[in-house]
Design a protein around this ligand. Sequence first.
Ligand SMILES: [Zn+2]
Length: 187
Amino acid sequence: MTKKKLGIDDGDSLIARIMEALSEEVVCAWCKYPNKKIRATGLCSHCYNINTRIRNAQKAVERFKIENPTVTGREPLKLFELKFLLKVEMMKAVRAKAEGSLYGNLYSADIDVVRVECELDLVSKRYVNKRLFSGNASLLGTVFSPLQLKYLFYMLSLMNREHLRRNREKEAYSGAATEQTREAVSE
Ligand SMILES: [Zn+2]
């Protein structure tokens, strides 16, 4: 189908329409990831699973406390483990919401060229462990129109967001361990 048949004047018009459609889409209340099926809770399946695991981890902690009412003094190792697992799930929720804050409004907001450069750098860092595009912001701003930059950022953000989601468990474990250590030191 030709551009004329689609009623598209140029690339910028098409991008503007894509961005408008994305900005009107109902998205997950936490991560705001586009094109995901939303459950009745207002969350996508990724965030819904985190929320379910938080509730289950909270119940496990409460159940242990009820079943071990006479425990005094030093916290039992089992309770320490259950609380740590709860902390991991809470960390995942914090990170999912941070993803939503970082990328959720990109369709309506103007995308700064430095932000596009950073996103491009993040992809190269994650793919070849090297920042290949540092210092290229002004070149990107010259080569691409503001709307093309926005679409480029959108594509790059999807790659980086997939990475974040796939590594959320690992990152949350690491974050929870750091917090646990900090708490132990300050006690
Ligand atoms: Zn979500």
